[in-house]
Design a protein around this ligand. Structure first.
Ligand SMILES: C[S@@+](CC[C@H](N)C(=O)[O-])C[C@H]1O[C@@H](n2cnc3c(N)ncnc32)[C@H](O)[C@@H]1O
Length: 287
């Protein structure tokens, strides 16, 4: 069994690919979140700068600060912004969200924010509630903290693939859930947060707090680039679980066939691969 620690630097290209593939979703969410007159937006744990770029497109004034703890990811995010939409209002810095040092992150951000966005970051902090409290402390009056967390895991495959046992994808979700438990258990200062994200926002003093969930759907047959993206995404997920003991040997063998371009069962050749995913964004406002 391997430890569920994440090597973020090794994840860089996956995060850039994901940010690129999710461009439309980021634009839709940014359009809803940005308010006229917003002057400072912060993308925390920016990964491939998906939201950073979307915020820049929707903000008519002000600036966007993106931070990430991993230098290799910051480099890649800067390169992506430079290639896609070099906007001088965007600054991307290496910075750690440290729940014991709110002042430092405030200093890096350089002011009180109208909007703080954190997607899939808070669940990597040992004490999630204190992480949310820390991010809430960055807000200006009327500022919003938006957390992209939860929703429903993506579905891509028919239940019976004709290869291996039916229900393969459901067993992958179960294995990922158990990996998540291990990942959280390995975090320093880990504390349970036995309530929902909107409640966590309210406990951070942000009221009202609401949740909006959007469905992303690409029905089959997928265009070749979308099918490639799905296959790559599944390959990344299997590679993360390969040595954890969380997938059975039989299921791993099936995945290896499905992900091997030389195998007749390769997913890249199937017309029934699809994308169906529900993503939740929880938004709390400072009164
Ligand atoms: C799962 S990725 C999400 C990236 C991006 N927000 C997205 O939704 O695609 C988590 C990101 O948070 C960064 N990260 C993890 N812990 C952090 C911390 N304490 N402070 C700042 N960034 C952190 C990682 O380097 C990584 O880029």
């Amino acid at each position: 069994m391997t430890e569920a620690r994440i090597d973020w630097a090794a994840d860089t290209s996956r995060l850039v690919d994901a940010a690129t593939a999710d461009r439309a979703w980021y634009r839709t969410v940014a359009r809803e979140l940005v308010a006229p007159g917003d002057r400072l937006a912060v993308d925390v744990g920016c990964g491939g700068a998906g939201m950073t770029l979307a915020l820049a497109r929707h903000m008519t004034c002000g600036r966007i600060v993106a931070i990430d703890a991993e230098p290799a990811i910051v480099e890649a995010a800067r390169a992506r912004v430079h290639t896609e939409w070099a906007d001088p209002r965007i600054r991307i810095d290496v910075a750690l969200v440290d729940i014991d040092d709110v002042d430092r992150i405030q200093e890096t951000v350089g002011g009180h924010a109208d909007l703080v966005w954190a997607s899939a970051v808070v669940h990597h902090l040992g004490d999630q509630q204190r992480g949310i409290d820390t991010l809430a402390a960055l807000l200006a009056r009327d500022g919003r903290l938006a957390l992209a967390e939860g929703g429903l895991p993506a579905r891509h495959l028919p239940w019976d693939l004709g290869v291996g046992d039916p229900g393969l994808e459901l067993r992958l979700h179960t294995a990922e859930d158990r990996w998540f438990v291990r990942m959280r258990a390995a975090l320093p200062g880990g504390r349970p947060m036995p309530y929902g994200w909107d409640e966590a926002l309210r406990r951070a003093g942000l009221d009202p707090a609401t949740t909006v969930t959007t469905l992303s759907e690409l029905p089959s047959p997928l265009a070749p680039p979308a099918r490639r993206a799905v296959v790559n995404r599944l390959a990344n997920r299997i590679s993360r679980l390969r040595h954890t003991g969380l997938l059975t040997a039989a299921d791993l063998q099936t995945w290896d066939r499905l992900l091997d371009p030389a195998d007749p069962a390769w997913l890249g050749d199937r017309r029934d691969v699809f994308l169906l995913e529900a993503r939740s964004v929880h938004v709390g406002r400072r009164g």
